[in-house]
Design a protein. Structure first.
Length: 155
């Protein structure tokens, strides 16, 4: 039993980006927590254990508000519009997914790769000069296993 003498748990005594990400998430500042996670990922020589921990923390942060805090971010100058859409296709014999990514870029985009963290390529496309400013990729026949875990529809 602790007395009123001011003993505190020293859980977050550090001042690194990972600690900041935890503190911000616990205080309900999801967007700021994600920014701290990005800063932590950019640290050189980040251990595999910390990378895994950050991935789990990011999943928790996104689950916390269904990714809404990410929507506050503006697009970079070279990208004026982007849409990522997942459709569930049901037939009499199976259920599969269609993934569609479309966008517009004033500067032009030569190629696009969509990866599932950390390194599984889900979709890739290269664009001709005529397609570089307005593009669309579609991939049919994806299953839950293509995404490494079941796709959630909770949000």
């Amino acid at each position: 039993m602790l007395g009123a003498g001011g003993a505190q748990a020293a859980w977050f005594d550090g001042n690194d980006a990972l600690t900041s990400a935890h503190q911000r998430l616990l205080n309900g500042h999801t967007a700021a927590s994600i920014e701290a996670m990005i800063e932590a990922w950019q640290q050189p020589n980040l251990s595999a254990a910390k990378q895994d921990h950050l991935a789990q923390l990011l999943a928790l942060a996104i689950t916390e508000d269904c990714g809404r805090s990410l929507s506050q971010k503006t697009l970079p100058d070279w990208l004026s519009n982007i849409s990522v859409r997942r459709e569930t296709i049901q037939t009499t014999s199976r259920v599969y997914y269609r993934l569609q990514i479309s966008g517009e870029s004033p500067a032009g985009v030569n190629a696009l790769t969509l990866k599932q963290w950390p390194d599984q390529t889900v979709m890739r496309g290269e664009f001709s000069p005529a397609q570089q400013h307005r593009w669309r990729l579609v991939k049919d026949g994806l299953s839950d296993s293509d995404f490494g875990r079941p796709l959630s529809t909770d949000c």
